[in-house]
Ligand binder design. Sequence first.
Ligand code: SAM
Length: 283
Amino acid sequence: MSENSRPKGTPRFPEGPTPDPTGSQFERRIRSFTPRRSRVTTAQGDALRRLWQVWGLDIDGKEVLDLPALFQQPGTPRPQASRPVVLEIGFGMGEATAQMAAADPDTDILAVDVHTPGQGNLLNLAERNGLTNVRVANGDAVVLLRDMLAPESLDGVRVYFPDPWPKARHNKRRLIQPEFLSLLAPRLKPGGLLHCATDWEPYAEHMMEVLSAHPDFENTRPDGEFAPRPDFRPLTRFEGQGLRKGHVVHDLLFRRAVTLTEHAEAGTGTAAASQDPLDPAGD
Ligand SMILES: C[S@@+](CC[C@H](N)C(=O)[O-])C[C@H]1O[C@@H](n2cnc3c(N)ncnc32)[C@H](O)[C@@H]1O
């Protein structure tokens, strides 16, 4: 059925990702994205219909994920030893995600975005390249971290070219904020790597400021500076656009401290957690 002939109110992809899976448009909370309705190509739509039930995950905030079960191959026994899991927040069209998954098949990548065409694209890339170590999560990464990821369940977190929100009145929408880091730290294993990259100079400075000031993160660079781009990070789509505009790219590589401060431990949420560190007043 074409987009235009679909009756009003019927889901776009009945077997695919649920629009706004937590009903979060009703939560009064500052978000790092704005919902957008973008065109989905035939190939992306086809991938969403066929592959979502196998490799997709709606962030509905209902339960803490069993990550080994999520990454278990259908028809195979549950792996004996747990494999490393890296969370990628905001994968966009997923090309870099697919490249990293192919380059490191022993690491599982939980890739999250709200962008439907990108979800279809990444599913397509995973199928075409025989990648079994990628799962595509639909929804807000904040809800995923807050309600669905167990303490110390992640080996790493990647945030590549997050929306820069350049206007001063929108700066509060930037994902990398002290409260977000306090939510993230307990879900990372001790020593787990948080890797951020941006081509927006003021955001790079902001990231450096909040990460350096946060007691639960340590810069992997002894000089406290930005890191050279590590070999494992491919060029991303947004990075390419930034470079064409003459922007300079900054990478930040911080690791989680071995011992957390009390503040971060208090932020360790469960599915039933009532306090949102991004909304401590509950409004
Ligand atoms: C500027 S794009 C960068 C995409 C990709 N990493 C790249 O470099 O090409 C930022 C992406 O983050 C996603 N995003 C922003 N906030 C998010 C959130 N809270 N949860 C999930 N995805 C988010 C947006 O939908 C968008 O696709």
